[in-house]
Design a binder for this molecule. Structure first.
Ligand code: ATP
Length: 301
């Protein structure tokens, strides 16, 4: 279980807000505060999880992060019995009298959703569409009726009431819906879905500068290169993401590789980090992908 109790402070983890991001964050905060769960959707590495964490931090409650996956089930969400505990009292106050009192109780461990719902945490349900619809169904009662049904829990009450401060923020990648689980319309109908797209050149360069402390022209070289590659991709899937721009910048900075399109070490670094996605996305050979990346690097100088 991941409970993020500290606010993000280090520069590396800084959440950089350009005008668009600021606006998205303040609009989503308004919706969450009014009681509507927000769902950030967009391609891989576009910043969905980062904005979800930034939004959760604004709510100033403990934050719990849960990652969707096909094995997640009601036991993970509600909880389960983990075994038995027994206690024994032996009373031999009077030597000739032996009295034994033994109690055996099943021990229960709260699941993540139950804990968050009871304690009023902010739950980030990252990549929720990777979990099966049967698992996600439980969110319908939480969001609609404000109760969490306690299947399998041998308690007198069949549900717990949702804490008034409990909030949930969802993220998903629409590219992953195909071939995985179809997102349930009933659940989506209860969420305010906001699209998080790739940043433009300026936004991406700003993040590289402020997060990693590179010079303005260096940040632009990397953001231009990645943006030019995105143009080559057009509407194809697997576009190079902000995550890749960050990786290139971090490695170049860490290893003193000059961030210059004409520098061979820099070109090689870009080839190493970008060629696989270029081969997959553009369906070309590694040789062609390497040539393309090298040419685009040279253009950035
Ligand atoms: N506004 C921002 N400021 C600083 N860093 C950011 C910002 N947005 C995204 N990042 C960084 O970009 C990278 C990708 O972001 P993130 O993990 O949030 O994307 P994602 O859309 O959730 O990706 P995935 O779908 O692959 O999980 C991370 O390293 C994150 O720290």
């Amino acid at each position: 279980m991941t409970v993020l109790s500290e606010r993000i402070t280090t520069n590396n983890n800084a959440f950089i807000q350009d005008e668009l991001t600021k606006s998205l964050l303040s609009r989503s905060l308004r919706y969450v505060k009014t009681g509507y769960p927000v769902h950030f959707t967009g391609p891989s590495g576009s910043g969905k999880t980062s904005i979800a964490i930034a939004l959760a931090n604004k709510l100033k409650r403990p934050v719990m992060v849960m990652h969707g996956n096909h094995e997640l089930d009601n036991k993970d969400l509600i909880g389960s019995f983990s075994g038995y505990t027994s206690s024994k009292v032996v009373d031999q106050y009077v030597r000739s009298v032996y009295k034994k009192d033994e109690t055996v109780t099943e021990s229960w461990i709260d699941g993540r959703l139950l804990e968050a719902v009871k304690k009023g945490y902010t739950l980030i349900y990252d990549e929720f569409s990777r979990s099966s619809p049967a698992t996600n169904n439980i969110f319908l009662s939480v969001l609609e009726e404000g109760v969490l049904p306690l299947y399998g829990l041998k308690s007198k009450r069949p549900y717990v009431k949702v804490h008034p401060k409990f909030k949930v923020i969802f993220t998903s990648n629409p590219d992953e819906y195909a071939g995985v689980y179809q997102t349930q319309d009933a659940l989506l109908d209860r969420l305010i879905t906001l699209h998080v797209g790739y940043k433009n050149k300026e936004q991406e360069a700003l993040i590289l500068r402020e997060k990693l402390g590179v010079e303005k022209n260096e940040a632009h070289i990397i953001s231009n290169l990645v943006q030019d590659l995105r143009k080559e991709f057009g509407k194809r899937k697997g576009n190079p993401s902000l995550r890749l721009s960050i990786q290139i910048t971090k490695i170049a900075k860490n290893d003193d590789i000059p961030i210059k399109g004409s520098n061979q070490d820099f070109q090689q670094l870009c080839i190493d980090l970008l060629s696989h996605s270029v081969v997959q996305g553009l369906e070309i050979t590694y040789e062609d992908a390497n040539d393309l990346i090298r040419e685009l690097c040279k253009k950035t100088t």
